[in-house]
Design a protein around this ligand. Structure first.
Ligand SMILES: Cc1cc2nc3c(=O)[nH]c(=O)nc-3n(C[C@H](O)[C@H](O)[C@H](O)COP(=O)(O)OP(=O)(O)OC[C@H]3O[C@@H](n4cnc5c(N)ncnc54)[C@H](O)[C@@H]3O)c2cc1C
Length: 259
């Protein structure tokens, strides 16, 4: 969507944006500012079936897809154009991490990290899009500060930090959570941001709940959740006693109507 607007700024006519998912996979803000404001149409559940042209692109054939991304026969359309811009997502580049023995999460494509952004290899920290793809750079900056501070503390420490980790488990409608694990003691020192993406959009009031095996730790409400927009839940030091009782924390995101 950003590139569609950028091409428009540069004088191109953008015919349309095709999105294979049945929902917007980018930020709603970008939809409004990059497409709506520039009269560029978005076709959901559509993709490119063929590229036509001999020495250069002359047209594409678009096609509608069903929920399993199968082409829907008869929905094909030839769209004349001289350029096709493919935007198919970011994959964190982790060649160095792999060589260093850093464990990667197959869902995010980035390292497993704790609340200080330390990987499974002591002394190797990771922050930003290399861990998971952020929507807003402000969160990247905060993660960078935390990782840098923690790396400095690690370098200056005379003995290794003892941690009592518990896993953070993606529950109902949660695709992944960063950090992946949490040192129970860390909560005594300040807020911890749990950041996640949902599996599917819910366009109604939702509860976002963190709970242990038998106890609810925190629950907050949101007007909607969408896969294109990162979700944040804050754990506060006052929740330390509840977290202390838990062997793991699970995050569920569900419509209030189903509560
Ligand atoms: C198209 C697009 C538009 C966006 N627009 C916005 C926006 O409008 N507002 C907003 O808040 N956020 C926006 N974001 C999100 C935000 O920009 C990113 O989340 C942020 O830039 C990520 O920062 P980063 O430092 O983790 O990664 P990057 O900005 O990607 O920086 C990583 C750097 O590491 C370098 N690098 C990679 N491998 C190595 C290596 N082996 N050795 C040394 N250097 C290496 C790369 O060259 C790169 O310069 C946008 C993202 C994209 C992709």
């Amino acid at each position: 969507m950003i590139m569609a607007r950028r091409r428009t700024f540069e004088g191109a006519h953008v015919e349309r944006v095709l999105e294979i998912q049945s929902y917007l996979s980018g930020l709603s803000r970008n939809y409004v500012q990059c497409l709506e404001d520039w009269d560029i149409s978005l076709q959901l559940q559509h993709t490119v079936k063929r590229i036509l042209g001999k020495n250069r692109v002359e047209a594409i054939e678009s096609v509608a897809v069903d929920d399993r991304w199968n082409f829907i026969p008869g929905s094909e359309e030839i769209i004349p154009c001289d350029t096709l811009l493919l935007s198919v997502g970011l994959i964190p580049e982790n060649e160095l991490s792999k060589k260093a023995g850093v464990m990667l999460d197959p869902i995010t494509g980035g390292p497993y990290v704790d609340e200080h952004f330390q990987t499974n290899v002591p002394g190797i920290f990771a922050a930003g899009n290399v861990v998971h793809v952020y929507d807003l750079v402000d969160w990247v900056s905060l993660a960078g500060v935390e990782a840098g501070k923690s790396a400095a503390e690690f370098a200056l420490a005379e003995k290794a930090r003892t941690a009592r980790y518990i896993p953070l488990i993606p529950g109902k409608n949660v695709r992944y959570i960063v950090p992946h694990k949490l040192d129970k003691q860390a909560l005594e020192q300040g807020d911890i941001h749990l950041q996640m993406r949902v599996t599917r959009p819910i366009e109604e009031d939702v509860w976002m709940e963190v709970h242990g095996e038998n106890n609810s730790i925190v629950r907050r409400s949101e007007r909607y959740v969408r896969p294109g927009e990162m979700v944040t839940i804050v754990l506060k030091p006052k929740m330390h006693a509840d977290v202390e009782k838990s062997g793991s924390l699970t995050v569920d995101i569900y419509p209030k109507s189903e509560a």
